[in-house]
Write a protein that binds this ligand. Structure first.
Ligand code: K7E
Ligand code: CUA
Length: 661
């Protein structure tokens, strides 16, 4: 055990000392024509969209490539006062869970939807690590359209990876925990007996609606990452597992004991058959599905009570373990679907498994024992080969579609290019510093677009102007069209990026929604013209049906609201022009602003707690008279008898002197 501990210590020392000394050839790292390669002239579009997870920001950001321009930050799991996400009445249900409203999460991986294994530009999915959920973002609106919670899970890290026709979004739990329907009030050191790892297979219908088709109950380990098989291996899913030691404390030592952990291969077609044939158990659970509707401009939460669970203890032909050195993180499948790459964080080589050999090994029962009821395939039987001496601390691998793989090395801060068939290292490029995930456009699909590789770095140290104790995480763009990788751009990122995906702009840009048609607005509190603007009292609830158009609100003078009232500002943006949102803010609101898109209705709840006049105004500079886009609401004492009144343009007396003319 001591030896293992020192190995870890040595790796840590290597990484620290590496960071401490500046690489000598820093100025040479970028060569002469790099700027031209990343340059996109003002007014020109980028060639690719890049969807980058925000890590602990809980959001997803969209960049253009090759320029590195930040195009948009899409709120997903965290509230966003800028967009009213999680603050407007319409979006609050999107963050509902079985624990109630959850305002934050940790989004690690993005995955674009696929058809026949190719990126199709319909949706991008994201995972929530903390309170396990999966989100679907609609790429016609660039908005989060749906969020599903996952029961029996904790730390939804191995997610949201998809099958080649987006039949399923798959999620493996990082933390094994007691299942939700058993008494979880157990000693933590009963991990081996009581803790289980669940894999969730979330079905996605043609409209994009998600639900849990079934779960697979596995032994208690940590599932880290995963990828679907494709082509010949379609029907299988591969998960990296660490902590096969089943430790429950000091994992940095106790979960680094074994020389090999596992990649678990799951025959999901078989599991699907078993689920349909009733071989699973219906287990009582609580989970929530939240959906946003672009017609009603509102979201609803559905509460679900049951899930089908298949148990690997009983159904012994759905899961197989492939030994993988050592504490594997990334688990990546090449474009052909034949090769599975396991990246052992503590391994000095990269094992590449062959799907064909794995199938033969299963058929010929070339097993090397059983792990917690699951057959362990002989390492050599499934192995295609090993990449020798690739670097230190391999994490993730992407592919370029030309037979090459690119693996990130956290400890030695580099990207290494190698040939998938002969496993020869072809090139290496430094990253600054400590790279995590990589992204090649389409790089985990059957048809990568190649051309660029982006490294997402954890530590930037001296790369940017100092900004206090916290420095930006960073992306680095490499041109990979030649034999040698060439770094062409550095750009700081929002939050901490983990996985990212990219695809050609053509797949998305022409489908982008420009406005919501006002005549199709099905919101229960929509106001489709100024003549319908009004204020309605229902007990202590006051509904303000208010419209916005350049450059006024209707109404803009409101009286008769009293202390103790709950005021709902239902703002409909009557504009039917692209790129003309209006904002809405009212003094003393304890939530946020609204940002209302053309044709849309959004609602801000406001509970005034002071008597007096509160101004409200538009927050988004919409016209030359944006600063005139304002109004007043009068709040009277609870016992006052001021009647409800609203108006626009009436209260202005004629300017003195005008009558005389
Ligand atoms: Cu490697 Cu959470 Cu995908 Cu980050 S994980 S790097
Ligand atoms: Cu509307 Cu500014």
């Amino acid at each position: 055990m001591k030896n293992k501990f020192f190995l870890l210590l040595a790796l840590a020392v290597v990484s620290v000392s590496y960071l401490a000394c500046k690489p000598k050839s820093l100025t040479n790292a970028v060569s002469g024509d790099a700027a031209a390669k990343a340059y996109v002239a003002p007014g020109q579009y980028d060639q690719f969209y890049n969807f980058v997870s925000g890590g602990f920001s809980g959001q997803l950001s969209v960049y253009g490539l090759p320029s590195g321009r930040l195009l948009r930050v899409i709120p997903v799991f965290s509230v966003d006062p800028e967009k009213g996400w999680g603050y407007s009445e319409e979006t609050k249900p999107m963050l509902n869970t079985s624990h109630g409203f959850v305002p934050w999460d940790d989004l690690h991986h993005t995955e674009l939807s696929q058809t026949n294994g190719e990126v199709d530009g319909r949706w991008v999915f994201g995972n929530a690590n903390n309170t396990p959920r999966v989100a679907r973002i609609d790429l016609s609106t660039f908005r989060t359209a749906e969020i599903i919670e996952l029961p029996n899970s904790a730390g939804n890290h191995s997610s949201p990876f998809i099958t080649e026709n987006t039949e399923y979004v798959v999620a493996g739990t990082r933390f094994s925990v007691p299942a939700d329907n058993v008494n979880g009030d157990v000693p933590i050191n009963t991990y081996k007996q009581n803790f289980k790892g669940h894999l969730s297979f979330i079905s996605v219908d043609t409209a994009g609606h998600m639900d849990i088709a079934f779960q697979i109950r596995c032994p208690g380990v940590n599932f880290d990452l995963s990828h679907a098989g494709k082509g010949p291996s379609h029907g299988w899913f591969f998960f990296s597992c660490y902590n096969t030691e089943q430790a429950n404390t000091l994992l940095e030592v106790n979960a680094s004991q074994k020389d090999k952990d596992f990649i678990m291969a799951v025959n999901w077609k078989k599991a699907e058959e078993y689920a349909k044939a009733g071989k699973g158990t219906k287990v009582p659970v609580n989970y929530t599905i939240n959906r946003y509707d672009d017609k009603t401009h509102s979201s609803t939460s559905i509460s679900k009570k049951e899930v089908i669970v298949l148990d690997t203890k009983e159904l012994t032909d759905i899961c197989y373990m492939m030994p993988c050195p050592k504490s594997p993180h990334g688990c990546d499948v090449d474009p052909s679907g034949e090769f599975i790459v396991g990246s052992g964080k503590l391994a000095a080589l990269i094992p590449v498994f062959s799907f064909t050999k794995m199938q033969n090994a299963i058929n010929n029962k070339e097993f090397d024992g059983v792990y917690e009821g699951i057959n362990v395939i002989k390492y050599e039987s499934a192995l295609h080969g090993e990449v020798a001496k690739p670097g230190l601390g391999p994490l993730h691998t992407e592919f370029d579609g030309n037979g090459n793989a690119y693996t990130s090395f956290f400890v030695s801060s580099e990207v290494v290019k190698w040939n998938i068939k002969d496993l020869k290292v072809l090139d290496r490029a430094s990253t600054y510093y400590s790279v995590g995930h990589l992204c090649v456009p389409g790089g985990d699909s059957r048809k990568p677009f190649g051309r660029y590789l982006i490294a997402y770095n954890k530590i930037t140290k001296d790369r940017y102007l100092p900004t206090g104790p916290e420095l930006a995480q960073s992306a680095q763009l490499y041109d990979i069209s030649g034999d040698k990788m060439q770094m062409i751009l550095d750009f700081p990122t929002i939050g901490e990026p983990h996985y990212a995906q990219a695809c050609p702009a053509e797949l998305i840009k022409d489908k982008s929604v420009k406005i919501f048609k006002i005549e199709e607005n099905g919101h229960a509190f929509a106001t489709k013209g100024e003549k319908d603007a009004r204020v309605v009292r229902e007990g202590n609830k006051v509904h303000i049906y208010i419209t916005s158009i350049r450059s006024h609100f209707a109404p803009d003078n409101i009286e008769g609201v009293k202390l103790g009232d709950e005021v709902y500002w239902h703002v409909t943006n009557l504009e039917q022009d692209w790129d003309v949102p209006h904002g809405f803010a009212v003094k003393g609101a304890t939530n946020a602003e609204l940002l209302i898109m053309p044709g849309e209705t959004q609602t801000l709840k406001w509970v005034p707690n002071k008597v007096g006049i509160s101004p409200f105004y538009c927050t988004d500079f919409c016209s030359a008279l944006h600063q005139e886009m304002q109004g007043y609401i009068r709040v009277s004492p609870a016992n006052s008898n001021i009647p409800l009144k609203w108006s626009l343009g009436e209260a202005v007396p004629p300017p003195s002197g005008e009558e005389k003319m």
